[in-house]
Design a protein around this ligand. Structure first.
Ligand code: FES
Length: 298
């Protein structure tokens, strides 16, 4: 009788089966012995993670140099990595195993190795270290500064604000000839970027959706100069068809029709400034913009 193997072929070495875990057959298992030295390393590294996290948070909040709190964070993360690595190495055995059979996907976990029993203090201390380091990483939140509130939704325009040029000269409707265009600001807030306005005398009377109550002398209108795409100044005007252009990405706005976009990447019209004339004949704002200026948010 034969055992079915070819004569002279080498027989695989048989290794005593020690155990079966899931779909694996364990052929050797090496449980790490309790090691006080390893425990000390875990404790030391976890302590380093705690100190690193605290150093990072305190350094950042106290305005320390970047090199200081950056180094503290690096030490914290490195120490935590070392601590976790050594903790796991000490708790899980070194196993050599083979799959019981090839074939379809395993139905459960390939292996479910029970950790070696150890004191639970180290695990808890490691969790504390990770928690402290994690809390330290929250510190950069304060560098976001105070919440802006509605500051981004308001500009310096108020009811009665006179429209003035960059030189501070007030304007009357007569100062604008057909096709005339000028950048204006609220008096007292020259250079305030969110309040920049482009004042126009159109070639014809504006139509919807222009707000007719905010048109002066039939053809004088004012729009926010901040492009609603990405915030560039809308600085070009074509008199023939009353078109405003943004030079950044070529968005085009129809100034006769409420500055709605007619070309380019933006999807919103330029907000129209409520415009009027005061008792002295100067152009004034009747209030702030009723829409958010610039690119949309929130
Ligand atoms: S910022 Fe005006 S088109 Fe992009």
């Amino acid at each position: 009788m034969t055992d079915g193997t070819a004569p002279g072929s080498r027989q695989p070495e048989t290794t005593p089966v020690a155990d079966e875990i899931g779909d694996l057959r364990v052929i050797a298992r090496d449980d790490p012995p309790p090691s006080g030295a390893n425990d000390l390393i875990v404790m030391g590294a976890a302590s380093g993670a705690i100190l690193g996290g605290i150093g990072f948070a305190v350094g950042l909040l106290a305005g320390a140099p970047l090199g200081f709190y950056g180094a503290a964070l690096a030490v914290g993360l490195l120490s935590l990595g070392v601590a976790v690595r050594r903790w796991i190495t000490d708790r899980f055995p070194d196993i050599d195993a083979v799959e019981l059979r090839p074939g379809p996907e395993p139905s459960g976990p390939i292996a479910d190795v029970a950790p070696v029993p150890r004191r639970s203090f180290l695990g808890r201390f490691l969790a504390v270290a990770a928690g402290v380091l994690g809390l330290g990483l929250i510190a950069p939140v304060v560098s976001l500064g105070p919440a802006p509130g509605d500051a981004l939704r308001r500009t310096a325009w108020r009811r009665g604000s006179r429209l003035v040029t960059t030189d501070g000269q007030p304007l009357s409707p007569a100062d604008l000839s057909p096709g005339g265009v000028v950048t204006v600001w609220p008096e007292g807030a020259i250079g305030d970027e969110t309040a920049a306005v482009i004042l126009l005398r159109l070639s014809g009377e504006p139509v919807d959706p222009t707000n007719g109550d905010w048109v002066v002398d039939s053809t004088v209108v004012a729009y926010s100069k901040i492009c609603t795409h990405a915030g560039c100044p809308v600085g070009l005007f074509r008199e023939q068809d009353d078109a405003l252009f943004c030079p950044c990405h070529q968005s085009t706005f129809d100034a006769q029709r409420g500055a709605i976009p007619t070309f380019g990447p933006t999807a919103r019209a330029l907000p129209q400034l409520p415009l009027g004339v005061d008792d002295e004949g100067n152009l004034v704002a009747l209030g702030d913009f009723t829409e958010q200026v610039g690119p949309a948010f929130g």
